[in-house]
Design a protein around this ligand. Structure first.
Ligand SMILES: Cc1cc2nc3c(=O)[nH]c(=O)nc-3n(C[C@H](O)[C@H](O)[C@H](O)COP(=O)(O)OP(=O)(O)OC[C@H]3O[C@@H](n4cnc5c(N)ncnc54)[C@H](O)[C@@H]3O)c2cc1C
Length: 335
């Protein structure tokens, strides 16, 4: 079976992997050069944190996440299964209690236990929640590795911007077209909206973290994801806007102040990169599989692309090849 996938973000690559596993002939067409900064996936934190996300996400995300995490564990080169630590300053302790009330899968840690988990934070925070089953990965490294692996297995990649034309219907000789264009598919999925996220990459040799740390705050909740060699991803704003290029002074100031509040050594860190992208989201913030003729759209990943894409890819393949309708993410009556 011949499959043409449009888009090489996390959705496109996970779909490619799933179709290659079923011995299909798979090609990817994407506007950007394989993986680059025009793709939302490039800017992700790479947190695989279904417990923490459960504070605001529907239970479906947890279901998709457990399947996706098993996938990443076998595929991602630097999959780190070290959990997530959630902290709040002494003034914001009620936020920690609220977070505990609205989530599952944590246990409380105090004093010495925090010190053992993250020695650089032990003195600064006396109470925390530890989500031991969560993980993280490096999105750029992971997607690059996935692309290389798939090319070795016969995937072809073409850099091209697809223009659907006046009928809004891209045509191809493939048996199935899998549309993974993220926000690039807004003209065919009008309910899709953008949720802008601003983030930074900092470098510091003075702080060591082993796992993602979330700092709760009434206005500026922050997370920090450690990468290799003293690199930290600081994220991320959540703004109802499809604007994908401009980081505001306010957002950058707030993210940096929150990082400084987590640990003053971030005041001396080097700013390597300021990134902006808009997450593709449907009104309920849940991913969907949509069919239009022989085109299947996998979209609406919102802030859960890495948590949901592998599980969505499996459902997409099972629909295309076996006719199984994944009713939890697909309404056959919605075009
Ligand atoms: C700051 C930030 C932090 C995040 N952190 C996390 C996190 O920690 N964990 C998590 O799970 N998720 C996170 N996310 C969300 C995640 O990044 C997104 O859900 C995910 O990247 C969406 O992936 P996608 O493949 O659907 O879209 P994209 O990654 O945007 O890919 C779209 C692809 O389609 C191509 N394309 C678009 N239009 C066309 C066209 N007309 N022709 C050809 N090609 C086209 C693009 O070039 C690109 O290759 C974060 C997002 C942001 C912004």
């Amino acid at each position: 079976m011949k499959i043409e996938i449009i888009g090489s973000g996390v959705s496109g690559l996970c779909c490619a992997h799933a179709f290659v596993e079923r011995d299909c002939e798979v090609s990817i067409i994407a506007a950007s050069d394989a993986l680059d900064s025009t793709c939302c996936s490039w800017w992700a934190g790479g947190m695989l944190a279904p417990g923490c996300e459960g504070e605001s996400a529907e239970p479906l995300i947890t279901t998709l996440a457990s399947e996706s995490m098993a996938f990443w564990q076998t595929v991602a080169p630097a999959y780190t299964n070290a959990g997530t630590l959630v902290v709040a300053t002494s003034r914001d302790q009620p936020l920690l209690n609220n977070f505990a009330r609205n989530t599952e899968g944590w246990h409380r840690v105090e004093g010495e236990e925090i010190d053992q988990l993250e020695p650089d934070l032990g003195e600064r925070f006396s109470r925390a929640l530890f989500f031991a089953d969560e993980a993280h990965l490096d999105p750029r490294q992971t997607l690059g590795h996935l692309m290389d692996t798939l090319k070795k297995r016969g995937l072809t990649f073409t850099q091209r911007h697809i223009d659907d034309g006046p009928s809004n219907q891209y045509s191809s000789t493939a048996d199935w077209i899998i549309d993974c264009r993220g926000l690039g598919a807004r003209h065919v999925l009008p309910e899709l909206r953008g949720v802008k996220g601003e983030m930074l990459h900092l470098h510091s040799d003075e702080i060591k973290l082993t796992r993602p740390v979330r700092l709760l705050h009434p206005r500026i909740p922050l997370y920090i994801v450690p990468r290799e060699k003293g690199l930290f991803m600081i994220g991320a704003t959540m703004i109802e806007s499809a604007e994908r290029h401009r980081a505001s002074v306010r957002s950058v100031l707030e993210l940096l102040s929150a990082a400084y509040a987590l640990h003053p050594a971030f005041g001396e860190a080097e700013i390597l990169e300021i990134g902006v992208e808009a997450r593709p989201a449907f009104t309920d913030n849940l991913p969907q599989l949509r069919r239009r003729g022989k085109t299947l759209a996998v979209n609406g990943m919102y802030r859960h692309g890495f948590l949901a894409a592998p599980a969505m890819a499996r459902r997409c393949v099972e629909f295309a090849l076996d006719g199984i309708i994944p009713s939890e993410v697909m309404n056959e009556n919605t075009p």
